[in-house]
Design a protein. Sequence first.
Length: 369
Amino acid sequence: MEKLYLGKGRFPDNFFDGAANRILELQRPDGAIPWFNGGAVDPWNHTEAAMGLSILGHLDAARTAYDWLADNQLADGSWWAELGASVPVDLETGAFIAGSGKDEPPVRDSNFSAYIATGVWHFYLITRDRAFLERMWPIVARAMSFVLSLQSEHGEIRWAAWDSRDADDALRTGNASIYKSLECAIHIAREMGEPFAHWMAARARLGQALRHKPHRFDRTWESKERYSMDWYYPVLSGAMQGEMARLRLSSKWDVFVEKGHGCRCVADEPWVTVAETCELALALLTSGQAVRAMELFSWIHKYRHDSGAYWMGYQMAEDIPWPAEMPAWTAGAVLLAADALSQVTPASRLFLDVLDENATEKSKRFYHR
């Protein structure tokens, strides 16, 4: 299939079942969802996949995924995470090498630890399961305490725990994702009747850093601007709104977007990735560009396997799927974008509605629209 345009209110019959089935195939008995068979597990991509399960109604499997997060949280509120980016690809098969990358020490990444709030709020929006929210609330609260312990006086948040092996620095993409996770944590606190003014203030400082303090990111390592996520994530997260958001997306559209194919992962490689394309579609929706988002999303279905799962990406110069993997989080990203475009579930506006930074605990108007 070359293109697919989604309608409102429902998905095409059974069309996305293969994406959800891929996540279910990869989920371990303990609830963990690795990147691929025998692959790395990190809390962010695990949560992305769990949200995909919720969208297609696999609620027991999604609960098991969140139970895994609850069971594996460390005392300080963080999680150990394997860095899947360190896993090499077998150049003959194009697949990740299972079991590799284990020599890389795990880290306690701030963004990875924050994302549970996004997943928990997403699950609650779909199910309205109060018992689930009550059970997960202390997990989310501890995670946010860990994350905000890494925030500087300038507003940005250090990428990982202070005892990590790397430099004291911040990632723009990671901070933008945290901005959204803080929003979801605030919604959870509000629903639970818990105070959240301190989280509102921290999120506002982070938003200021993302919009006006570019010098606070990539201070000690090579700039990440060649990565498309650094370009669109401040918009996807809602940190940049309105005309600022639209100008940001238009500024590098021709750098990262390959017409008819999708969004490049990095500017200097002929490689588009399905997850980045789906996230960019979400960013377009968040910035009020629904027609453009629908067109962009329509391109990815040429990368759909016969099983209904999606390849991670496509190498345009060699005309091959690359890597030859169908990760769980790719499926999760597809389902999140499809839901946002079609508005099927009660969580479909999660990335479209953005909490007003000027709101207070007593505000009746809580969103930018």
